[in-house]
Design a protein around this ligand. Structure first.
Ligand SMILES: [Zn+2]
Length: 158
């Protein structure tokens, strides 16, 4: 699970974002440093756990995340309010999520709600690093991640 973590940790705490104080806090409450693949897996695992899900309007049941991706249309932008607020260790997360429309027109949300804080913090730290590595804003990163995760889940099958 933590393979490659040491390398990422070095770059995270090294020259890229030296102003951050994670290192000082690490001994007390260490982050789980995750790689790109691990971060995706954590997000997809969490999202898969939200299913089966039922449309509040037409009662259609989406048995799996893949089925949901295949049978809904993304609406608006995926957002992470915590990432945009630059709060990487929120005790009361403001939330991260995305809205899609069911074929009946009802809006449905999948979000980070319910994710253990420690996992969420690790993902937020990873996401912050990704915005710097990719040189994008939090909004742009979330849009890319949404597309990447949809593609990965649809390609992998149930
Ligand atoms: Zn519906």
């Amino acid at each position: 699970m933590l393979g490659g973590g040491a390398r990422l940790q070095k770059s995270l705490f090294g020259s890229i974002i030296p102003a951050f104080s994670f290192k000082a806090q690490a001994g007390k409450n260490p982050f789980i440093i995750v790689t790109d693949a691990e971060a995706r897996l954590m997000m997809i695992d969490h999202l898969r756990g939200l299913f089966p899900k039922t449309c509040p309007k037409c009662q259609r049941i989406f048995p799996t995340l893949r089925d949901y991706f295949l049978n809904t249309t993304p609406v608006g932008e995926a957002v992470s309010i915590d990432l945009e607020a630059d709060d990487l260790r929120p005790l009361r997360p403001l939330g991260s999520g995305a809205v899609s429309k069911c074929k009946c027109g009802a809006s449905m949300v999948i979000s980070s709600d319910g994710m253990p804080l420690f996992r969420l913090w690790s993902l937020l730290l990873w996401a912050k690093y990704e915005t710097m590595r990719r040189n994008v804003t939090p909004k742009q990163l979330m849009q890319s991640l949404r597309a990447e995760i949809r593609k990965q889940v649809i390609n992998e099958g149930d």
